[in-house]
Write a protein that binds this ligand. Structure first.
Ligand SMILES: O=C(CO)[C@@H](O)[C@H](O)COP(=O)(O)O
Length: 230
């Protein structure tokens, strides 16, 4: 079942190592077949050295029930499911503990838009969630993590800001498919590092001009008509 998606999701997980976004068994990538209503995700705790497409776990989006795979799905699966249910255009999701993005998570700060590298991907800051309440942590923690991310986005189009910083935890990123989500997770790490360095050089560095932010984001992601405008 879903052999092509399993290969794609497995490769995307292996790409996390290649991109230097994970160590040990940290992190996870999933992909979705919207027509079939099925999600493919990496198994929990399996070393990337031995990970193969046949190890991927297939679940129903609606119920979260495992429909194929002998291994336990990633511990962050309920977070991925909540995001797929809320963000209809998302086709792939990544969670990492990449160094700089996780440092921003531990600092509990959104990453401000400081330059065009950032603006080519995010239309504004990369938001940090609120802290989770004790009862959310004690209850269905992973699903509640998804709820807090959805709450943070409100009416913001998740494709205009393809990642989030979960306070005291780490980043989640997404894209049109699993490969695109890993790409966005890698750019997020680069942008998180750039912001850290800029603020180290000048701690009072302010956000970039809104005109420059719009120009860089919209020329790549805006309506085609934008290209004709002055
Ligand atoms: O968020 C975390 C740890 O805080 C995860 O990234 C795990 O480290 C990966 O768990 P599995 O996907 O292997 O269950």
């Amino acid at each position: 079942m879903l052999e092509e998606l399993k290969e794609e999701v497995c490769q995307a997980n292996l790409d996390l190592v290649k991109e230097g976004l994970v160590i040990q068994t940290f992190g996870n990538v999933s992909g979705i077949d919207r027509e079939k209503g099925l999600v493919v995700i990496k198994p929990s705790g399996v070393s990337y050295d031995v990970m193969k497409p046949e190890h991927m776990v297939v679940l129903e989006l609606a119920s979260g029930k495992v429909v194929e795979g002998n291994l336990r799905p990633s511990s962050d699966t309920p977070t991925h499911l909540v995001l797929y249910r809320a963000f209809a255009n998302v086709g792939g999701i990544v969670h990492t503990h990449s160094l700089y993005a996780t440092a921003w998570a531990q600092a509990k700060r959104s990453i401000p838009a400081l330059g065009t590298t950032h603006a080519d991907y995010w239309h504004g800051d990369i938001p940090c969630t609120r802290l989770m309440r004790p009862e959310e942590i004690a209850g269905e923690y992973e699903a509640k993590t998804g709820d807090v991310i959805v709450e943070t986005f409100g009416n913001t189009d998740p494709m205009h800001k393809p990642s989030v910083i979960v306070a005291s935890h780490g980043p989640f990123a997404w894209g049109k498919d699993a490969h695109d989500a890993v790409h966005n997770a890698a750019i997020l790490e680069y942008v998180a590092k750039l912001a850290s360095l800029s603020l180290q050089i000048v701690p009072s560095t302010g956000e970039m001009q809104s005109e420059l932010l719009d120009k860089h984001f919209l020329r790549k992601h805006g309506p085609k008509a934008y290209y004709g405008q002055k």
